[in-house]
Design a protein around this ligand. Structure first.
Ligand SMILES: Nc1ncnc2c1ncn2[C@@H]1O[C@H](COP(=O)(O)OP(=O)(O)O)[C@@H](O)[C@H]1O
Ligand SMILES: [Mg+2]
Length: 355
């Protein structure tokens, strides 16, 4: 909608984790290096954790995009898989037929497939996204899969990406064997204020923007304060800011323009009313547990039991509220567009009468 107005050739803040938009912030660069280091080691597990929207899937996709020949990769995004389902899914991702086969048939076929790859001078990589959803026994199955070896070299390597809940899972007492196989782990932090600005500028230019600076430095600060440097939030907010700018025919954005949009989206981004954050979160100190073994077993995995009725009721109420918000937002947008059309029509009538 606003692309033409700002001279863009695509939408700069799409939510799809598109590798061509990859911005190498300090933490993204570091996580990418760990993954590449892991690849060069050709064994063990690499674990990347980070909050929702910090860029884990984007990193995985960028890695797959830049993957060297000779590595056959498969990516799984896991709902709660049982060990058997995991084995099935891994096999089908590597295009091994699984229909009607027993687990031990599938494991046999998988080993055969991996051995054949090895004979062709290739190896296999499994990227497991949203790995915090995996039950402990499924992670253990993953470890078993990494036991397949040929001449002392593992045939399948796995990378795990997941939200913070993954850390206590891996720290569980019975995960010791898995832990010993972790080559490196890294936690993705949000962007710093400077990176937030650089990220926005990078995405705008990548989408073809070539005009003057669009945002004042106060506007950038406001964007950072509201999004706390989380790329997914930045994308959502920026998309709305550009839409607002187009509707209001703005050529540049100051703090007030950003503030107006922040007010509009605060509810949608699930912040309690009038609770737009004022202070950015203190920057997370780089934890040195980034390297190798996670801390000793202290945390406990969340129990996987059913939640009670009140929980689901509360969730449904939240969902209804969110849908109500979405509808009222659509109404607002339609009004905006009406206003814009009227404005354009008046200009048209005026120009016509000048003729
Ligand atoms: N380093 C990055 N470069 C470019 N875009 C990014 C980067 N990190 C995150 N994003 C964007 O932020 C959004 C959320 O990223 P995503 O990878 O889905 O997060 P996660 O998997 O951690 O929840 C996506 O729209 C993605 O395009
Ligand atoms: Mg993701």
């Amino acid at each position: 909608m606003y692309e033409n107005y700002y001279g863009l050739n695509s939408k700069p803040f799409q939510l799809t984790p598109d590798p061509s938009f990859f911005f190498a912030s300090k933490w993204h660069k570091r996580a990418m290096s760990y993954l590449q280091y892991g690849l060069s080691q050709a064994e063990g597990f690499i674990v990347i954790t980070g909050d929702i929207g910090t860029g884990k899937t984007t990193i995985a996709n960028s890695l797959l995009d830049a993957m060297e020949a000779g590595i056959v990769a498969a990516q799984i995004v896991t709902p709660k898989l049982t060990p058997d389902e995991l084995v099935k899914m891994v096999a089908s991702k590597f295009e091994i037929p699984v229909k009607g086969s027993t687990k031990s048939d599938i494991l046999g076929d998988l080993e055969l497939f991996l051995t054949q790859l090895h004979q062709q001078g290739k190896r296999a990589l499994l990227l497991v996204d949203e790995a915090q959803n995996l039950p402990l026994e499924t992670i253990e199955e993953l470890r078993m899969l990494s036991n397949y070896q040929k001449n002392g070299k593992p045939l399948l390597q796995s990378f795990l990406l997941g939200q913070e809940e993954l850390q206590p899972i891996l720290r569980a007492p019975n995960m010791e064997q898995f832990r010993q196989r972790i080559v490196a782990s890294c936690h993705l932090s949000p962007l710093t204020e400077n990176e937030c600005q650089a990220y926005i500028e990078y995405r705008l230019h990548h989408a073809g923007y070539s005009g003057n600076t669009l945002f004042s430095s106060d506007a950038y600060s406001k964007i950072f304060v509201f999004t706390r440097g989380v790329p997914r939030k930045i994308n959502t907010l920026m998309d709305r800011i550009l839409l607002y700018g187009f509707l209001e025919e703005l050529e540049t954005f100051d703090e007030d323009a950003v503030e107006a949009v922040v007010k509009e989206v605060a509810d949608e981004m699930f912040l309690p009313e009038n609770k737009v954050p004022e202070e950015p979160a203190p920057e997370q100190a780089p934890s040195d547990a980034q390297h190798a073994a996670p801390a000793p077993a202290s945390g406990e995995a969340k129990p996987d039991g059913l939640k009670d009725v009140t929980y689901y009721k509360a969730m449904l109420t939240e969902l209804t509220d969110a849908l109500d918000d979405a509808i009222s937002h659509k109404i607002k947008l339609t009004r905006y567009i009406d206003k814009l059309l009227k404005k354009k029509y008046r200009t048209y009538v005026r120009l016509k009468s000048d003729d």
